[in-house]
Each structure stands twice: as structure tokens, then as C-alpha cells.
Write a protein that binds this ligand. Structure first.
Ligand code: KG4
Length: 339
């Protein structure tokens, strides 16, 4: 079956046609990066307006690239949560309009579930159950994926997400938005032992993360140096900071794998594009004998192909939305959509 999927949770307007949850017939992403760059981050109101301007042609192009018309589509999948509420509403309302006009079923899709589903496209053999580390701009969590639509969170960040911390570190070093990817690039030749960042622990919750202390310490490091008129090498700061974040991610993931006796590990979300995280997880997986699945780099960031993949499994489970569908800024990954 073919799903037309729509994604507008943050700063990418995206649409795709995906067949049977695994085969991408088209994948169109209109990024707003250039428009937000001068502000150093995503401006929600601008994001919503740009989604409104772009959604029609993005959806039309996704259909055309897949050599389809709406008649060939079996269901419409859309990201309804979590994300920027004004941005989500553009995709949700557009999808509702298409569903109403065409009489096709409307399938609500959770954004983080889709990030995980990007791996079903990359790895045709991947099936739950597995452990997943979800590392995106707004979320960091460890969850047991018991089935395609059954998620159990066993660790989560108590404050900032790993991506948020990466973006703040990049901004402090004067790197342009989007910070995480630029931090990754400039840190490649840096000395990752030059600076020691704190290794936060959450008392009594060994699988939970905390990145706000790391974020504050990189800001303090750079600002203190500036006040003293000292120079810091951005590559060394970046490499040391990424090392600090990756240490936390790897340590908790290792504990989660051991505690649950899982043997298959999957990474998902924008930060799973980070080169250090990917290679450190590969080394760890080899040492521990785990099977590791990493999403294709082209599917780590926000896109609608992953929404079409997860939408397929939500459809099979019977998940449907009516015209009452609303966007939600926050929603737990483990809770199914309900009207
Ligand atoms: O998953 P995503 O595209 O958006 C959300 O759904 O939140 O994640 C975006 C995050 C941003 O914080 C971005 O800086 C980070 O992923 N990111 C990276 C890299 N590429 C994207 N962080 C570190 N290294 C990268 N290569």
C-alpha cells in the first residue's frame, strides 16, 4: 500500500510517498535553514509561515516524483506531535484537507516514532524488538521498541536534549546554524582530551541523561577565556565537548543493553548523524557483540519518508484520525494517538 506522508514539525517542509513502510517512491524536503540562519536558530513564527508557503508544491512534487496522483494513494500520514505547534498545524491541516477531499484514511504519526522508522527504510531486514537510542534536537531517550507501535521508555533526558546542547555549544563558538552539523565538521581535527567536561549522573536513575550542565560548562569555558583575553581553539573545544556528550550517550546505552539483555541496538534522530557517535557506537557494538543499525545519513534529519514508514505500521494497527486531529507540542512516544 502507498502512503502519502507529510512532515512539518520544525524547519523542514517535507512530503513523501512510501510503499509498504519500506520502499521510498519519492522524498521531497524543503529546508528553511537559510531563512533561520541569521537568527542563529529556528524562529517558530517564520517556520509556520514558510510551511504555509511551501506545503502545496512540496506535496505535489512528492506525488509527481512517485509518478502518482492522489487516486493512487491508500492513506495520508502526517506528523501530529511533538514539535513547534504552529509548524505542526500547517502539515496537520493540509493533511486533513487532502483526506477530506479524497476520502482517504488519515493516519496520525508521532515524530520520534518516525525517526526510529527511518531505520526500516535503511535496513530492510530490521524488525522489532530492539533497543533504540533516540537523539534529536528536542529529545534524548532510550527506549525498548517491543513492536512497530509498542514503545517503552527506560531512560530520558531530565533537561536539555543532546542536539540542543550541541547547537548551544556551536553557537557559543560562533558557528552558524544548524550548529550540530557544523560542530561535527570543525571538530574533526580537534584534540578531544584538551578540555574535561562534567559527566552528569541522575541520582537513582542510571539510564536518564542530563545535558544542561555540559551546556553551561562549555559556555563558561568560552566566556571566561574571552574575558581573560585568551584564545580557545574551536576544534579542541568542539571535539572535547562532543566527546563528553558521546561518553554520556554510550555509557547509558551500554547500561540499558546490559540491564535488558538486548542484543540489537538502533540509533535514530538528527544527532545520529554525528560522526563521533556513529564510530564510537560501532566500536562498542563490535566489542559487546551487539548488532547495530544506523540510519542512512540522508534520513537522520527531518523528512517525510520516515513518516510514511511509521505511518504504514500505524495504519496496520488501525490508527486513524478524524477531522478533529490537532497538533500537539508534546506527546509521549509510548502513548498512542487518541481522539
Ligand atoms: O532529529 P532532528 O533533525 O530534529 C528533531 O526532530 O529534533 O535533529 C536536529 C538536531 C539538531 O540539534 C542538530 O544540531 C543535530 O540534530 N545534528 C547533529 C548533527 N547533525 C544534526 N548534531 C551533531 N552532529 C551532527 N552531525
Amino acid at each position: 500500500m502507498k502512503i502519502l506522508a507529510i512532515e512539518s514539525s520544525c524547519d523542514e517542509t517535507a512530503a513523501a510517498v512510501v510503499e509498504d513502510g519500506r520502499d521510498v517512491l519519492s522524498n521531497v524536503v524543503s529546508t528553511q535553514i537559510e531563512k533561520h540562519k541569521i537568527f542563529g536558530g529556528v524562529v517558530p513564527e517564520i517556520a509556520s509561515r514558510l510551511h504555509t508557503e511551501n506545503i502545496s508544491w512540496v506535496v505535489q512534487k512528492a506525488l509527481a516524483d512517485a509518478n502518482c496522483t492522489l487516486d493512487d494513494i491508500d492513506a495520508i500520514g502526517v506528523t501530529y506531535a511533538p514539535g513547534l505547534i504552529g509548524a505542526l498545524l500547517v502539515g496537520v491541516n493540509y493533511a486533513k484537507g487532502l483526506a477530506l477531499a479524497s476520502g482517504k484514511p488519515l493516519v496520525p504519526v508521532h515524530h520520534l516514532r518516525s525517526h526510529i522508522a527511518a531505520n526500516y527504510i535503511t535496513h530492510k531486514d530490521l524488525k522489532p524488538p530492539f533497543m533504540c537510542l533516540v537523539v534529536s534536537g528536542g529529545n534524548t531517550l532510550l527506549c525498548k521498541v517491543n513492536d512497530y507501535t509498542d514503545f517503552e521508555v527506560i531512560g530520558r533526558t531530565r533537561d536539555d536534549a543532546a542536539g540542543e546542547a550541541m547547537d548551544k555549544a556551536a553557537r557559543t563558538l560562533g558557528l552558524p546554524y544548524p550548529g550540530g552539523v557544523n560542530l561535527d565538521k570543525i571538530s574533526k581535527d580537534g584534540d578531544n582530551t584538551k578540555y574535561q567536561f562534567p559527566k552528569p549522573r541522575v541520582d537513582g536513575c542510571p539510564l536518564d541523561f542530563s545535558f544542561s550542565g555540559l551546556k553551561t560548562s562549555v559556555i563558561n569555558l568560552v566566556h571566561n577565556a574571552e574575558q581573560k583575553g585568551e584564545e580557545v581553539n574551536p576544534a579542541d573545544v568542539g571535539a572535547s565537548f562532543i566527546n563528553g556528550v558521546v561518553n554520556c550517550l554510550c555509557e547509558n546505552t551500554e547500561k540499558a543493553m546490559e540491564m535488558t539483555k538486548a542484543k540489537t541496538l538502533v540509533l535514530a534522530g538528527g544527532v545520529s548523524a554525528n560522526s563521533v557517535l556513529r564510530s564510537r557506537m560501532e566500536t562498542l557494538a563490535n566489542k559487546k557483540g551487539w548488532t547495530l543499525y544506523l540510519p542512512d545519513l540522508s534520513l537522520c534529519g527531518d523528512n517525510a519518508a520516515m513518516v510514511g514508514a511509521q505511518g504504514y505500521f500505524e495504519f496496520l494497527k488501525g490508527q486513524r484520525a478524524t477531522m478533529a486531529l490537532n497538533g500537539k507540542a508534546t506527546a509521549d512516544i509510548s502513548v498512542d494517538y487518541e481522539e
